[in-house]
Design a binder for this molecule. Structure first.
Ligand code: SF4
Ligand code: SF4
Length: 88
C-alpha cells in the first residue's frame, strides 16, 4: 500500500501581468498549548505519520493520508487541518 499522500490540488493562479503555478496540500498541525501529550493521535494514526519531538506530536506531511482521524479524536482539539499553497 502506498502511504504517500498526493497533493490535494494544483493549478494556475492569475497574477497581474501573467500567471503563476501553485500546489496546494493539506497539512495537520498540533497546537502545543492545547496538547495534553496523551498519545491518542500517535496510537490511532493509520500511517504512523505522527511522531514525538520535544515531548509533543509532530505530523509528517509526507506520510499523512489526510484521513482526519487525529483531528477528530484529539480530546482537546489540538490538531488543526490547514491548507498550504506554495508557488512552483
Ligand atoms: S491526541 Fe491531542 S492532546 Fe493527545 S497527544 Fe495528540 S495532539 Fe496532544
Ligand atoms: S490525518 Fe490521518 S494519516 Fe494524517 S496524521 Fe492524522 S491520523 Fe495520521
Amino acid at each position: 500500500m502506498d502511504n504517500q499522500r498526493p497533493l490535494e490540488d494544483s493549478g494556475l493562479g492569475g497574477v497581474t501581468g501573467g500567471r503563476s503555478a501553485f500546489v496546494r496540500r493539506t497539512v495537520y498541525l498540533c497546537q502545543e498549548s492545547a496538547c495534553l501529550n496523551c498519545g491518542i493521535c500517535l496510537e490511532g494514526c493509520p500511517t504512523k505519520a505522527i511522531f514525538v519531538h520535544r515531548n509533543r506530536p509532530v505530523i509528517d506531511a509526507c506520510l499523512c493520508n489526510d484521513c482526519g482521524w487525529c483531528e477528530k479524536h484529539c480530546p482537546t482539539g489540538a490538531i488543526l487541518r490547514t491548507v498550504q499553497t506554495t508557488p512552483v
